[in-house]
Design a protein around this ligand. Sequence first.
Ligand code: UDP
Length: 497
Amino acid sequence: ETQTPDSDSSVPPPHVLIFPFPIQGHMNCMLYLSEMLVYSGFHITLLLTDHNLSLLRNNNNNSHPSSLPNIPRLRVLSISDCLPADHPRNLDGWVELLDSLKTNAYPLYKSLLLDLCKMDDVGADGFPAVTCVIADGILPFMIDASEEVGVPAIAFRTASASSLWIYYCIPQLIQSGEVPFRDGEDWDEPINSIPGMESFLRRRDLPSPCRLAKNPEDKVLQLLTTCTAHSERTRGLILNTLETLESISLEQIRAHMPTTYAIGPLHEMVRAYRSQNNVCAHDKSVSLWHQDCTCMTWLDQQPHRSVIYVSYGSVAVMTRESLIEFWIALVNSGEHFLWVVRSDLLRGEEWTNIWDSLSLEVRKGTEERGCIVSWVPQVEVLAHPAVGCFLTHSGWNSTLESIVGGVPMLCWPFAVDQQINSRLVGEVWRIGLDMKDVCDETTIEKMVRAAMNGETASEIRKNAHDLAKMVKNSVVEGGSTFENFQRLIEHIKSLCK
Ligand code: UDP
């Protein structure tokens, strides 16, 4: 059962246009937000790229686009990202993707927004005019378009509040001389110019653009500084986090953006809502890859907490050498492992090519204890009792999903916010081990063993269990996420009048 939008029928219901940066993690949490807004009586237009929509249609037996993901009052529209079909839409190509959206797709976006806002009445499909935009915070051109068209915009930054707070402080990092790094500098040295993080932040824990910049004018560094500053031009800021998890960063961010709503973890809020209201959850996946559900049957056959689940998220690209180190380590650890190896995980080659170069022993160990698939229903996997640990790249969605599952993490971060997320896991929340910046089979094997068995494993498992409980309490009535979400609803309604 859903709530009605407004008792006054002369006020059209809020209709929010949401456009996630077109990668899996951003799409997932914005879809969850869309669903929650629908339950609050809103109409939602979720804008995807043509490229991603065609992937979704292929994975959903070519369903009509508007029936994806099959939630009432939520429709899906798409525009071109203006890149060739074979452009890599992963970490190898994300800066070009951002550029192309900002320059080439911008006119398409703006003209669509104009059309959607100017409708006088309810359209043929029952959708009224758009009254508010939720802009992906890394697409500031959406804020420009809203200002030009005259529709209020709210920014949604989908990464951790801690990474956002660091981006806010890039000018101070540059001013203090802590970024860019100097040659020969010790990466374990503390960082002192981020208020609230002095006790745990080291150079190596800074987001990758800070670690990689060669000079203060570095393109990606500037890009992050700019979009962070632009978020302040909006009418509010949405973060997929919760008060107790990132209280220090939230407090600092609120000094800049008082109307900040911490409404995470969104996937858990949706799960709780569906279960309390008997909402059927079928057909709601927006997976860009085909989910291989055979892994769930495989998991059913494994003993309690015996499996290490391994995934590097949706956009990481790694070298053949690194993949081999992981492979040998996973087999030598003696543990059972469920391993997601995406078809585009290796640059320029299929991972299956590697099989022949592995020793007989490693191949045998893989067949006996491993299950390698191209994509899994991750939230379900993390809720499975056979999973004992998550070897993760520390993407923010994966981190939240693991926290909710009460699954301790072994972190191997790649890029952007992942380096700070893994530090929070290892040092602040103490629900996992941070393995950043090493990739040799001996260390990985040792860390896998430590995360799965023995004293350290028991400690992080207990902490993960306690944290999961706290986080789950936040999404139900009386919890901070629940309350923040109610305030967000009222705020959007007030903007739409
Ligand atoms: N994911 C999934 N199946 C997989 C691997 C990942 O459904 O086999 C989902 C995962 O649940 C998460 C998203 O993909 O919601 C990845 O987002 P995250 O922020 O963790 O990392 P990114 O891909 O942006 O680096």
